[in-house]
Design a protein around this ligand. Structure first.
Ligand SMILES: [Zn+2]
Length: 1224
């Protein structure tokens, strides 16, 4: 994988913060774990060719750091001993390319295609199934490449270490691997030498995908432009336009130059012994090398500019996002400290937080609150990945005319900070957040440490000081104390190395890229002789053959069944009910922190209110309380706690399909000494009785909207799986409504009303219903030593929480809801979501069995087996998708998916074929070892380490008790081939189409020809650009028609008779008169002429805006039983096309009853019930028709009597009253 800023991989901002935030649970006291040899190690000693250079205790993390150097090669080794089972090992190289051909990235992929000891294609992917790794990956950053893994099992650790080391030091680097992973020319149809030639390759496609996200374009360009002189000036992952300039020879040379021990840093973390690693490293690899100079990989400091620079770039127009005019971005960046200067970089991180984060930060006040943008860009903050760190403040969602004012605001903000300084309480709250995060322990601590230090370690050997965070905070505290103007003067430093970067959407962005790609292919192919073409064809045929050869995975090491422990981890927990609030107390080693989590049941909310919940969760902690305004409240919250977290909560029933507990999830944590303040804060939250700041609310909503469509490209497979699951599962449907593509549509529709006052009232109404202790259950993760005191304060808190008098809403009996889905009975429900992205994300869902059902463990293993043995090969190796697989989720939905996929329908076919493949392979091919490997894969996720803050959470949130887990575990152990075959027959053999759904998210494409697909009903989810909701589109259409009615109110033939031309505005006539005949015909395409009258411009723009992107090609439904005596073909076409559309609209809006106005003889009404189980009332003014409709029903649809009714009625203004008479 590639990540220009590896930081984004961990989704947190800066490495130091990650060091701060990470902390793992197991370190109790520094007692020696079995096998650890840390006590044997002293400075100056030699072990297996390594000399110990430094040894330091880092008490805040309970770490002992050992720095070693390999004497013969100069390779560096950093070992962080900590009594944590989740051990980490990594090999890092400094890789500093000077071109954008993607050298380090393609090399990272290719070394994982087989090595001397393990000549197995993709040993990396194969190992995924032979290991219990808690993390396994490889990443290319701007100036380094890393190969990290983590595991809790020592045999596994040694196995993976062997595979990784051999991969990087002795890779095969075959030409075919280079072609597969890097790039190649290939015939579109690989069996036809005459077919067109295109460019293919895994990295080539991956990078096309990466740069289809505007965020990535901005981040990449920013780094390239502000650090132009050396390796940061190029794209280390590879620019798709440059990748095809790379040769296999370049790749091999780059390996020799960069993957040398002298250019290498080894890292290990945890409680496994160190010396065996050193011995193995030295004997097998390092002793065979001599030292090599590494000056060619060093990165010089960037020469500073004498003057600031301004640049403008373009990006794709996000059709799901804001209107075109509001998709501009503007960012201002400064080059700051050298990241090897630990304190200076720490200080810059502190200042960055202080300047940017939260409503009390200066940049938030001046740039976000005036509400003219869509908020900060993701690149805002301090980027410490490059050697010189980059401070950026950027705004997205800007109008063109607002771009200029960003620079001005930036300067004014800085000036005002220099003049007035920072608010004392604000400084305290940022310091508090740093201190709290040292104590808060997160998952995979060792790995986070590694990510945190890799960037500076690349440029300095002295890496330990950057881990000594407490010392850094202490120094900062004393500097501030000694000099009240300390922070101001740090801001004040003159800096001319400043980049002002604007980015604007271009509607032709994709078209231009396509054109450039065509041009590139042409330049690569134009001088090819027939002989060359034959060579290309032969090579690709060879590659195909190679890909289909079964791999000899037996060469790879593997774990055995005894390596899996039999028991699930038991958490020390008790359940109590305090004043009617169910509370689960988890006694954990919480390191002086109190963790509070709660679920509020939302069953009492109307469906409409439920739809508002995601927005509720986003805004409710940002609006202040009855006692404090939002600034004061935020200041209090951040001085005393980690912040208040709100999110949607939908917990699937473990026993029943379609069933879930709807709710919201609240959480916060604090130091033990602040626990009373934390309760006080939540008490204020629960006491909110008025929300009046509409202006702030409007700003928050707009920030929410601006981020809604970001990330669809990066997580497209998640959206696709969710959308497909929503076609088959009632609970998945609710998830889709609250967080999927449907949520985006809903929000857009809502925003279109612009009625913020009403929305805010809705939010307040939700708060009034939900903030009620009767609806709440709680989990506390606390330390056993202090629990008595903590619980006393907790009880007090609960007793004083508001409880609503009963009458507010009728309470429902159960906390669970059973959802519904509508599906055609005779076809698979399929959706194509058309987005302007260059790749596809495909998914197929099949509804199977709930978690506690006997089939569930078998299905889990089946999913894993299909993924590793079939899908990865079909999708990744053969079809060129970046990834793909299958998985089973707790709601019982079995999902297939592909990620960044150049194909769409072929992929769906590959999903369908998995059943046949399996049937055949079960006869001959699949061995018990394969089933075991699949199980190992499942255990990887079942056994992943849980930090103290999350212990007991499965039980609290999902009611997944240790007993249920234990049974699932035991059942998993016993799954065999027969069990797998049984569930495959039962669920995947396509007998039951109504339990299946398919979704493609991807571009408009001729390849999506669904007309000939059997048993599938396709709906295209397209609207013209920038519309995500049909309501908004319709209303714009109506407005358009209204304002230009004079143009079409006459039939064409009357133009002269009715003197229509006289209605034309004078300036139009003048303008038309001056146009040439050609210009006149081109008018619709090209309306940018300066002298074009404004009114005409509007008309042409509107036409452009309202033009649908492509036709809705929902396939007419097949009437099971249309009794069409006398039904014309036109009529038949109408109703069979209209019915699926109506059904679709109903589904999107959660409607299940329909009034068919002008029902006629009731054909459509019957069809809607027959195919989609809708309840229909047909209203018709002709009594005779109503009579006939009933007669038809009696004759042909006797079973629909309770669901389809007809009424004679002439619609007038009294109709709504009359409507009641039809009820029943
Ligand atoms: Zn990659």
């Amino acid at each position: 994988m590639w990540s220009g800023r590896i930081a984004s991989y961990v989704k947190q901002k800066t490495p130091l913060q990650r060091i701060l935030r990470g902390f793992s649970q197991v370190a109790k006291t520094k007692t020696e774990a079995e096998g650890s040899d840390i006590n044997l190690i002293k400075v100056g000693q030699n072990f297996h060719g390594f000399q110990v250079k430094d040894l330091k205790d880092i008490p805040e993390f309970r770490i002992t750091a050992v720095c070693l150097v390999h004497e013969k090669t100069n390779a560096q080794y950093l070992h962080l001993y900590r009594n944590d089972n989740n051990n980490v090992f990594s090999i890092n190289f400094r890789t500093t390319p000077l071109s954008s051909t993607g050298l380090p990235h393609i090399l990272e992929h290719t070394v994982l295609c087989g090595s001397t000891l393990y000549p197995v294609r993709d040993p990396f992917f194969k190992m995924l199934n032979r290991s219990l790794a808690t993390f396994m990956n490889a990443m290319t950053g701007s100036d380094y490449t890393m190969y990290p893994f983590s595991t809790q099992n020592y045999s596994d650790y040694k196995n993976l270490q062997r595979v990784y080391l051999d991969a990087v030091f002795r890779p095969l680097l075959k030409e075919l691997d280079f072609m597969q992973e890097g790039w190649r020319l290939e015939n579109v149809d690989v069996t036809d030498i005459k077919s067109d030639i295109i460019i293919k390759g895994v990295v080539y496609n991956e990078m096309k995908g990466v740069f289809s996200e505007n965020e990535n374009i901005l981040g990449q360009k920013l780094q390239n432009l502000i650090l132009p002189d050396h390796t940061y000036g190029v794209v280390s992952g590879g620019d798709p336009m440059e990748i095809p300039n790379l040769t296999w020879g370049d790749l091999k040379k780059f390996h020799v130059d960069h993957y040398h021990p002298s250019n290498c840093r080894f890292f290990s973390y945890g409680n496994f012994p160190l010396l065996p690693s050193l011995e193995y490293l030295n004997n097998e690899y390092l002793s065979k090398y001599t030292v090599s100079l590494t000056s060619h990989t060093q990165v010089p400091k960037q020469k500073r500019w004498a003057e600031p620079k301004t640049e403008q770039i373009s990006c794709r127009f996000d059709r799901m996002g804001e209107p075109f005019e509001k998709q501009n971005t503007m960012s201002i960046s400064l080059l700051l400290s050298d990241n090897t200067d630990v304190y200076e970089t720490f200080l810059m991180q502190f200042l960055t937080e202080l300047l940017i984060k939260g409503p009390n930060a200066p940049f938030y006040k001046t740039m976000i609150e005036p509400n003219f943008s869509g908020g900060f860009t993701p690149s805002t903050g301090l980027d410490t990945q490059p050697r010189d760190s980059i401070f950026t403040v950027g705004l997205q969602g800007l109008k063109k005319e607002d771009m200029e004012k960003v620079t001005k605001l930036f300067d004014e903000t800085v000036d005002s900070v220099i003049e007035k300084g920072f608010d004392h309480q604000h400084i305290e709250s940022v310091l508090h957040s740093f201190e709290l995060s040292i104590r808060h322990e997160t998952k995979n601590f060792g790995l986070h440490l590694l990510f945190g230090i890799s960037a500076p370690w690349n440029h300095t050997e002295k890496i330990v000081p950057s881990l000594q965070v407490s010392q850094l905070i202490e120094r900062l505290r004393s500097e501030i104390k000694n000099d009240p103007g300390y922070l101001q003067s740090a801001v004040k430093k003159e800096n001319k190395h400043r980049l002002i970067l604007g980015m604007s959407p271009d509607k032709n962005y994709e078209a231009n890229l396509e054109k450039a790609e065509k041009q590139l292919i042409k330049s690569k192919t134009k001088s090819l002789s027939d002989k060359d073409k034959k060579a290309i064809f032969d090579k690709c045929t060879e590659l195909q053959k190679e890909q289909q050869k079964p791999a000899n995975v037996d060469l790879l090491p593997t774990l055995v069944i005894d390596d899996i422990s039999d028991d699930v981890e038991k958490v020390d927990r008790v359940h109590v009910t305090l004043n009617n609030v169910q509370t689960q107390i988890n006694r954990v080693n919480s390191n002086g922190v109190v963790y509070f989590k709660a679920v509020l049941n939302t069953n009492d909310l109307s469906q409409e209110d439920q739809m508002l919940l995601p927005l509720f969760c986003y805004v409710i902690n940002k609006l202040g309380t009855d006692k404090l305004n939002y600034r004061e409240f935020d200041s209090l919250v951040s001085r005393k706690t980690s912040g208040l977290q709100f999110s949607n909560h939908i917990a699937d029933s473990l026993f029943h399909l379609h069933t879930y507990e709807p709710g919201i999830y609240l959480a916060s944590h604090c130091l033990e000494k602040n626990v009373e303040s934390m309760w006080e804060i939540w008490t204020q939250m629960f006491g909110i009785s008025r929300l009046e700041d509409v202006q702030r609310f409007q700003m928050l909503v707009q920030l929410y909207m601006a981020n809604l469509t970001h990330g669809i490209v990066d997580s497209g497979h998640v959206y696709a799986m969710q959308a497909a699951a929503s076609l088959v599962s009632g609970s998945a449907y609710q998830v889709e409504l609250l967080s999927g593509l449907q949520h985006i549509s809903y929000m857009k529709r809502l925003i279109h009303t612009s009625n913020y006052k009403a929305m805010l009232d809705g939010i307040l109404n939700i708060a009034k219903i939900l903030f009620d202790k009767k609806k709440m259950r709680v989990a506390l993760n606390i330390s056993p030593d202090t629990q008595t005191d903590i619980l006393r304060t907790y009880e007090n808190f609960i007793n004083n929480l508001p409880e609503h008098p009963k009458a507010l809403t009728p309470e429902k009996e159960t906390t669970y809801i059973t959802g519904k889905v509508w599906a055609p009975t005779d076809a698979v429900n399929c959706q194509h979501h058309v987005l302007n992205v260059p790749v596809n994300y495909c998914s197929k869902s099949v509804l199977t069995a709930p978690y506690t059902h006997a089939d569930y463990p078998k299905l889990t293993v089946l999913a894993r087996l299909l993924q590793s043995k079939y899908l990865l090969r079909e999708l990744r190796e053969k079809n060129g998708a970046y990834g793909g697989g299958a998985r089973l989720s707790p709601d019982g939905v079995f999902s297939f998916y592909s990620y960044r996929d150049p194909r769409s329908l072929e992929t769906l076919d590959a999903f369908d074929n998995s059943y046949n493949w399996l049937k055949q392979k079960l006869e001959d091919g699949i061995k018990m070892q394969d089933v075991f490997e699949a199980k190992l894969g499942v255990f990887q996720s079942v056994d992943s380490p849980i930090p103290p803050s999350s212990k007991g959470c499965d039980e609290f949130l999902k009611r997944l008790t240790p007993d249920i887990k234990q049974r699932y575990r035991a059942d998993l152990m016993t799954v065999d081939k027969d069990g797998i075959e049984e569930v495959a027959d039962k669920y995947l053999s396509e007998k039951n189409v109504s339990n299946t759904g398919k979704v493609v998210i991807g571009p408009k494409s001729e390849k999506m020809d669904v007309s000939k697909r059997e048993n599938e009903m396709w709906t295209s989810m397209t609207l013209p650009s920038s519309y995500a909701s049909s309501r908004a589109y319709l209303s714009d259409c109506l407005n358009f028609l209204k304002s230009f009615s004079w143009l079409y109110n006459y039939s064409n033939t009357h133009i002269l008779v009715k003197r229509v031309l006289l209605h034309f505005p004078c300036d139009w006539v003048l303008y038309f008169k001056n146009l040439s005949y050609e210009d006149l015909t081109k008018l619709l395409e090209n309306n940018t002429e300066a002298d074009c009258p404004n009114n005409l411009k509007t008309l042409l723009n509107d036409v452009e805006k309202l033009k649908p992107d492509c036709a809705v090609y929902s396939k007419p439904c097949k009437p099971k039983s249309i009794h069409n005596s006398g039904l014309s073909r036109k009529k038949l076409h109408e109703i069979t096309s209209l019915a699926p559309l109506i059904d679709d609209v109903c589904r999107g809006n959660n409607v299940d009853s329909i009034i068919d106005i002008g029902a006629g003889l009731g054909y459509l009404s019957h069809l809607l019930h027959d195919n989609y189980k809708r309840t229909v009332l047909g209203v018709e003014c002709s009594a005779e028709y109503v009579d006939l409709a009933y007669k038809n029903q009696q004759k042909f649809y006797p079973n629909s009597k309770n669901h389809v009714k007809f009424a004679q009625h002439y619609i007038d203004s009294n109709s709504s009253e009359k409507n009641n008479n039809f009820a029943g």
